[in-house]
Write a protein that binds this ligand. Sequence first.
Ligand SMILES: [Ca+2]
Ligand SMILES: [Ca+2]
Length: 536
Amino acid sequence: MTGRRRFLKSVGLGAVALGCGARGRAADSAPAKPNVLFIICDDLNDWALHPARHPRAKTPNMDRLRARSLSFTNAHVAVPVCGPSRKCLLSGLYPQTIDDYGFAPWKSVKALKGCVPLPLHFRNNGYGAYGTGKLLHEGAGGDFYTAYGIGPDYGPWPWRGKGRPMNTPHPLQFETWKKHLPVGMHRDLNYGPLSNVPVWKAGAVKGMPGAKGWYCENGKPFRYVDDNDRDKTPDEISADWAVDILKKRHDRPFYLGVGFIRPHTPLYAPKKYFDMFPMKDIRLPPYRKDDLSDCASVLRNRWQWGYKKYSALIKAGGEKAWKEWVRAYLACMAFVDDLAGKVLDALDKSEYRDNTIVVLTGDNGYHVGEKDCIQKWHLWDESTRVPLFVHVPGAKGNGRSCDHPVSLIDVYPTMADLCGIGGQPNKNRGNAPLDGHSLRPFLENPERKDWDGPAAALMAVRDNRASPHFSVRSRRYRYTLCGNGAEELYDHEKDPHEWTNLAGNQEYEKTQKHLREELITILRKTKMPKNFKPGN
Ligand SMILES: [Ca+2]
Ligand SMILES: [Ca+2]
């Protein structure tokens, strides 16, 4: 059997990735397992997909990865906020399956005790598993990796000389915000270039000793002279760490996870990234006043932080302040894009270039003023939709896009499938089958209309122990069913910004009913939450 024929046979058996592994191998040797590079950026919304009429993101490195990947343009997170989104992604399980929609660390979630996280599954199957930065919300999460770089760190921060630096607002913003926001909420509204070195004078805030300069989360100074002479930010340290892993000689396949913090707040980045976006060129995202008025009240009234932030921003500086926020978000996106580029360059220069699967995504979207909100944690596209680029050497889908709705819980079974390491990682533990489905069929044919997975992507939020709210996103619609029975329906073909809630509209009665059945079916197939009784 020739090497090519052997390779095709193994593809047919589903043993290895679509195209990689066979290159350069002798005819009688088994194809090498591909490596995996997994990059996740915190709060990276779909502006990286450059949607029409949205603020113009500058992400040349993500663009070049996209050009050689299959880009899923209708990819959604399982829970639209950092902690739970990452637990679902790395367990391959829905939040209702693990009965967790919040920020509890992996190790403390009872239902996850029997589950093997994605990097450990690779490690258990002969891979070297490496990680750095914010992968789980808490970082490494446990003994899942062969080696770990640095843990999550959102710094650098300003500091008032007492308490934790990460709870300190920037003095330039504090005076403005304190009129409009309760103290304690300011830190999340911090933005600006690193060249705005913070100076907190002693006594400017009662009982505070004051401090000058940037500080790390651990209270140690972050040295800053200018943008060319300063300490490295945590994301820069992570990027360098990942580059070193890619430069090493590996005697077994590797899985490398890189979790960047930006564009998560505080929106600090080197000045050159702000300079890329002159204020005169900043455009606001598509917005409709009173957009919230027809939303389900239980969704509109929950989790007020994002609304308060938007309202404080507008009260403080009107449209100008809003544009400044858009600019800062774009600057942080450009910064993280550069760092992702550094890692991709290192891969391209390495011997692993043609035998490495690359996946890049975000853990949740981000509202930048849409629906009067600056944040995530909502069941609208701004919060749930993320870029998802999957590059598999030799795959037919490379350079193309796929608009079938998919979920980030599909990433785990996809990687396991492509690397031939089995799709039942929890067999000897809790035995929970993975909820997601391998995306391999789309990598072979992005236009196919069906696959093993559902026709709609499911996502959820839950506040404290209240009943959760669920939403499904099909190719054309978003349908949401709240814990109290309230519903929302949006027709993306006519209303791409989800401005008009069509729930209860007679014209859409059949669609609404069908999507509701679709949603309930996914819950029944996985786990119906005990307290979810939406008026059946
Ligand atoms: Ca996040
Ligand atoms: Ca509306």
